[in-house]
Each structure stands twice: as structure tokens, then as C-alpha cells.
Write a protein that binds this ligand. Sequence first.
Ligand code: PMP
Length: 391
Amino acid sequence: MTENLFDKKLQQIKADGLHRQMRYLESPQGSHVRIAGEDILMLSSNSYLGLCFDDRLRSAAHAALEQYGTGSGGSRLTTGSYDIHKKLEEEIAAFKGTEAALVFATGYMANVGIISAVAGKNWVIFSDRLSHASIIDGCRLSGAEIVVYEHCNPADLERKTSRYRGRQGLIVTDGLFSVDGDIAPLPALVEIARKHQLLLMVDDAHATGVLGKNGGGTAEHFGLDGGIDIVMGTLSKALASEGGFVAGSHSLMDCLVNSARSFIFSTAPAPATIAVSIAALDIVRKEPAARETLRGHSLWFRKELRTMGFNVEDHPTPIISIVLGRPDVAVDFSKRLMAKKIFVSAIRPPTVPAGTSRLRINIMATHKKEELTRALVAIGDVGRSLGVISS
Ligand code: PMP
């Protein structure tokens, strides 16, 4: 009976062209990976700086394993808080220029925990139309009224906030959007938040280590000094580790420690993971060259795609979306690239709105120019054979 239910659900997912399956890596996550015994050029990793097999990070993990062992043994408020959790939180606060910071087990848990702890039933949350799923889930869990504003559109946000004058509220957005690769107009959002006395929260999952001279993220990219009340980010992308974080005031952290359920009721991240995050933050701050290479690669790759006739927007970021429309076309494109030993993910609903299925390319600082050139030739060939660009 239950089997039948699952089969029915699966049949529908398959009929909609939305069935997904996992691919298993047999090597570290780098600009090349091994899958099913084959060497594959990786063009879809969030490890933007290519640090997942970095010697310094692996040594930090080994040393922490020797000193602290494996699991953390409890939640942060019971037995799972270690001196290195405190150290990482102090380092993150210094990095983001805030009073304090707090680490969660994942970025997803951070968003869900922060938003549901901060906003309540009589609040209103203004959320960008393309906010990440974890932001959406946090908004829903909070019980607040949710008002969605047009993507990266401060004029629409201003119109909508004006209608709710006097209500306690929160504006929330990705900093660097995880799928479209564009950047939220933060200076305008700060102004609107100030004018209407709303809190502003920015999810810097993809911008941390990537945007800004020191890798400080979206605020640093715009040269903003303050104005963002809640800076959320992940340690799982450019920082090549795992976990989510929030940076802000001491009182925000104390409030979250005492009310964010995904923080309170979950085991603390393992010490070795925390040690990797500390070492990665140090590299990100001290080594801007990789970030500059990443930016150069990204701008060039976008330009080349546009020259070939692909519909690609112009952003100074390593996330490049080629919107194709139908999910089956995106999947076919991705499969044909995989046949040429190039890994580019097809992104379909529910990750993106219906009718905007696409390829998402993630550039890494460790890609070599000739590898990217090979990828461009392959993408061009497949694009022509599928009629996406003209011959
Ligand atoms: N926010 C954004 C914008 C993301 O892209 C992601 C992960 N894809 C998350 C939050 C969740 O972070 P994590 O993977 O660390 O749970």
C-alpha cells in the first residue's frame, strides 16, 4: 500500500521530467573529479576556491582529530561546545565586522533557525522572489506574514513595505543568488530597512570568501559599513568545510542561543570540521590572489558564452546560469556534456521557477584556462546540436 503511494509519487515526478539521482564521487572535490572510474572536469562545485583537498585544511582536521576525537558528543548547550567553537565564532565576527557570531550545523539549519527565532506571528517578512529554499522554509516556520517582492527590485520592495508601515518586520535576501549568480542591491535595501525601521538579513552563503577584497561578502563588495542586522553565511562553499553561521550583535546571538530550535536541538558540529573552518577563514583573508583569479575566469567565461550566442547575464560572480526553459532540454544538455566528461548540473523546478530550467556553471579559482576553453568548445558544440544557439 505504502509502496504504491511512493511509486505513484515517483511516476508523477518522472512524468514532469523532474526526477533526480545522485552521482557518487570517488575522489576529492576539485576542478577534476573521478566518477565511475572516469576523470571528469568539474564545472558545478560550490568549492569556489578549490580548497577541499588543501594541505593546510587537511592538517588542521588531522590535528583536531588527534586533540578532540571524532564526534562532539552533545548539543551546544549541553556538552558539545568546545574552545574551538568559540574561537571560530570570534574569527567569524572579526571577519564580518560584527560584535559576535554563532555557528550552526549547516547553512540550511542556520536560516531556518534564525528566521523562525527572530520573526513571530504578528511580524511581516519581505523576501526576495528568488530567496533560497532554506530562507523560504524559515519564513514559513516563523508563522509571520510573508510578502514576496520582485527579484532584486528595491522599487517593488519600497511599495510593499509602505503598505505595512508600523508593523514589526524583516527584509531577507540572498547576497549572491545561488542560481542566477546576480547580486542583491544591498545599498538600496539598507536604505529601505532604515527608513521603515525593519531588520535586514542577508544570506551570504555564496558570497563569503568570493565577493569583496577580503572575501568578506556582499556588504564588502558594495563597501557598506553596517546597516545589515543579520549576516548569515555558510562554511560549506568557498570555505571547503561544513556548517552555517550568523554574525551580528551580542544580543542577537544570545537570543538565538536561547530560542533557535535548529541550534538548540541538534548536535554541535564536530571539532575537526570546526578546525577546518578556522584554517579556511585564515586562507580566505590572507590570500586574495585566488579570489582575483576566480573573478577573472568568471568574467572571461561569461563573455565567451555570450559571444557564442548563449543567453547569459553579466555579473562579476562565478555562478553562471544558461537558462534553457524546458527541464528535458536542460537534462539532455547536461547529459551530453557528461558524455564529453564535463560535469555541469541541470537545475530544474522546484529549485528554479517552472519554465526556467537551466544549466548552472560554477567556476573555480583552480580551473586552468585550457580546461575552461575545452568546456567552452564542448558547451558550444552541444548548444548548436540542440539548437540552443545557431550554427
Ligand atoms: N543559503 C544558500 C543561498 C544556499 O545556496 C545554501 C546551500 N546551497 C544554503 C543557504 C544552505 O547551506 P548549507 O549547504 O550549508 O546547508
